[in-house]
Ligand binder design. Structure first.
Ligand SMILES: Nc1ccn([C@@H]2O[C@H](COP(=O)(O)OP(=O)(O)OP(=O)(O)O)[C@@H](O)[C@H]2O)c(=O)n1
Ligand SMILES: O=P(O)(O)OC[C@@H](O)[C@@H](O)[C@@H](O)CO
Length: 401
């Protein structure tokens, strides 16, 4: 087992809580589990996560294992890690990767400043990878910072859109029932073919569900199950909840999950994931005026026009820049009405360089000149298009419209 790079135990710079304007609030996150504990009359459990990431992505049909395939220039797995790091009550994240991908994974942890990550060698199947992850949490190894958690989350590394609410649901349900898993309505009907590939029977779709991730277990429940399960199960099984039932006799509590819990499996899923991420980070834009008085006039007019295209539009004057960086916005329009030498824009670019915003997501900076006043509406249309498109060819370019 190898730990990620040294560094604080705090989470990496959390990206935007992709549904709202504010960046992740670790304090709010921390209180969510302890609040549960108080309401349930018990202390909040120690929680760790195991992320199987040792697959080869055969169905994706590309040489790179899908967990390392880039989305907006960043590996898919980094989005999943960021989503889990946003949840401050998950104390350790164990990622199972193949030996050949260990250095790649360490590089990702370093570049995107992921925290609380420990690496373990994957197995030849997903169940064996998960089992390897559980082993490092179970054993009190000498000078190892990992300790056995009360509850363990198991989540596929290729399911990037996981939010704190569903994690909290499965963890609290696992505390009460021993095991819990997210489920979703079936899209296609499940049928059973006969030996000669004819229909034998079909399942009533309304009475069945798709088993998704995340899942959560009392650690001893799932660890015991993996220790007892057969080689056949380790080799061909696909369902952790089944192992908990078969070997620990625990019936998992099923939790309705959101549509975002799907697993990136085929190439189309990668395109869908990129579109979702682009859409979410493009819904926020910050208009930076170089003078207060212009904030009232030009900025407010631009704000009204952009609001028809984007969900969150904020107008500030240059002095409040630091506040925006903290709020994790990824699209900026610098309106240089008074100074034509981009000094305000340069100040923003310098601050972006110092923050790690542009590491996590491609940042769009558009510098608007005096002429904006004359064609505000057209300017707004260009700005909205550039922010939504985020064409990789434009990344790193200072767009002067
Ligand atoms: N030996 C394996 C196989 C899979 N996984 C992980 O389990 C998760 C879900 O598995 P799946 O979607 O099947 O991934 P792959 O096995 O890579 O895909 P494929 O079946 O298309 O090869 C992925 O994060 C994958 O990396 C793993 O940790 N160890
Ligand atoms: O079989 P795969 O490795 O593609 O998927 C593994 C799991 O994600 C899948 O079995 C879910 O239904 C959760 O159990």
């Amino acid at each position: 087992m190898e730990s990620g790079p040294p560094g604080g135990s705090g989470p990496a710079e959390p990206g935007p809580r992709l549904r709202g304007w504010r960046g992740a609030d670790a304090a709010a996150s921390a209180s969510s589990l302890s609040r549960f504990g108080a309401e349930a009359g018990c202390r909040a459990p120690a929680v760790a996560a195991v992320l199987p990431a040792g697959g080869c992505g055969e169905r994706m049909g590309v040489p790179t294992p899908k967990q390392f395939c880039p989305i907006l220039e960043r590996p898919l797995i980094s989005y999943t890690l960021q989503a889990l790091e946003r949840v401050s009550w998950i104390k350790d994240i164990v990622v199972a990767v193949t030996r050949e991908n260990m250095e790649t994974m360490k590089g990702i942890i370093q570049r995107y400043q992921h925290k609380r990550i420990s690496l373990v060698e994957a197995g030849v199947t997903r169940h064996r990878s998960i089992f390897n992850g559980l082993k490092v949490l179970a054993e009190d190894q000498p000078n190892c910072r990992l300790s056995k958690p009360e509850v363990v989350i198991i989540h596929d590394a290729v399911r990037p859109f996981v939010e704190e609410d569903v994690l909290l649901k499965v963890v609290t349900a696992a505390q009460e029932h021993g095991a819990s898993g997210a489920i979703r309505p079936l899209v296609s009907t499940v049928i059973s073919p006969s030996a000669d590939s004819c229909l034998d029977h079909s399942l009533e779709r309304a009475r069945h569900r798709a088993s998704e991730m995340p899942q959560a277990f009392l650690f001893d429940v799932i660890y015991e199950a993996y220790q007892q399960c057969s080689d056949y199960d380790l080799e061909f099984g696909t369902e952790c909840l089944h192992l908990a039932l078969k070997y620990s006799h625990i019936k998992a509590k099923l939790v309705e999950g959101s549509p975002d819990l799907w697993k990136v499996t085929y190439k189309r899923d990668l395109y869908a994931a990129e579109s979702i991420i682009k859409e979410r980070i493009s819904q926020q834009v910050c208009i930076i005026m170089d003078t207060k008085e212009d904030e009232e006039h030009v900025g407010r007019c631009l704000e009204e026009m952009l609001k028809t295209e984007l969900n969150h539009v904020k107008v500030i004057s240059g002095q409040d820049l630091q506040q925006i960086i903290l709020e994790q916005c990824y699209s900026f329009v610098c309106v240089n009405v008074m100074t034509s030498d981009f000094e305000e824009t340069q100040r923003l670019l310098n601050m972006l360089e110092e923050s790690n915003l542009s590491i996590l997501y491609p940042v769009v900076v558009i510098s608007e000149e005096q002429k904006l006043r004359e064609s505000l509406r057209q300017g707004a249309t260009i700005i909205a298009a550039l922010i939504k498109e985020r064409n990789s060819g434009l990344i790193g370019q200072l767009l002067v419209a």
